[in-house]
Design a protein around this ligand. Structure first.
Ligand code: MG
Length: 249
């Protein structure tokens, strides 16, 4: 495994990228409502990235056709923005990478569309809680799978499934670097965590079973096999001598 440790200067570049993502997520919490098409969300993302001099990490990545991955309801990740209009009761996750000054930041949020069920609201919150639990284990001297285990325990304690087939990852000059970070499994395994590691921790939770499948129609969107809804929460974090730093919030 090639895990690149980042200098403080590099971490500051990634943090500046992350601040753009935080700004976008703020705007989206106002913007997302019933009647908005997912392609309009993508356009807003593109506009803010461009205004801040950043390039969308995902546009053209392995051929992905948009700036943001926008995944509605049973779509877990990699949804392609389209003319589909959001309706009251949907949940929608928006996953964005920002590239500037040679480094990427990556983050995702899941938003309610108008009024949603209590169960759906719990699912959204549980993904954030699972991120928080996992990130608390991102400490110098720990082991990578301590993060995985904490994510899984928190997700399952809330009564939700946790997706196996999609992973968190290191991030830096490439949007996906080593190490891959599973969202499940026993603690105490994998590489030792060290100061200077920058990681994208990203739990994906499901209302029902955690199995997913990629769409044969668009070749990108990954949905739950049972058709139940899913939530996604992600931040880019840095392990530093001063402790864990969240670079995208
Ligand atoms: Mg990611």
């Amino acid at each position: 495994m090639d895990i690149y440790l980042k200098s403080n200067h590099e971490i500051e570049i990634i943090r500046a990228n992350g601040a753009i993502l935080a700004e976008i997520f703020d705007r989206l919490s106002e913007f997302i409502k019933p009647g908005v098409a997912t392609v309009e969300i993508n356009r807003l993302v593109e506009d803010i990235l461009a205004k801040r001099g950043a390039v969308p990490s995902f546009l053209g990545y392995r051929g992905f056709p948009a700036a943001a991955c926008i995944s509605v309801n049973e779509v877990v990740v990699h949804g392609i923005p389209s003319s589909r209009k959001l309706v009251e009761g949907d949940i929608v996750s928006v996953d964005i990478g920002s590239f500037r000054n040679g480094f990427h930041a990556d983050a995702a949020r899941t938003y309610p569309v108008g009024n949603i069920t209590d169960e759906a609201a719990k699912l959204i919150k549980a993904a954030e809680d699972a991120f928080i639990s996992g990130s608390k284990k991102a400490v110098h001297g720990g082991r990578l799978s301590d993060i995985s285990n904490a994510v899984q325990l928190t997700a399952e304690a809330a009564g939700f499934g946790v997706v196996r087939d999609m992973l968190g990852h290191g991030i830096g000059r490439s949007v996906h670097e080593d190490p891959p970070i599973p969202n499940y499994g026993p603690a105490g395994r994998g590489p030792k965590l060290r100061n200077g590691m920058v990681l994208a921790i990203e739990p994906m939770l499901t209302m029902g079973d955690y199995h997913i499948a990629t769409s044969k129609l668009d070749g990108w969107s990954c949905s739950t096999k049972d058709g139940k809804i899913s939530s996604h929460y992600e931040n880019t974090v840095a392990i530093t001598r001063e402790g864990l730093q969240i670079l995208t919030a």
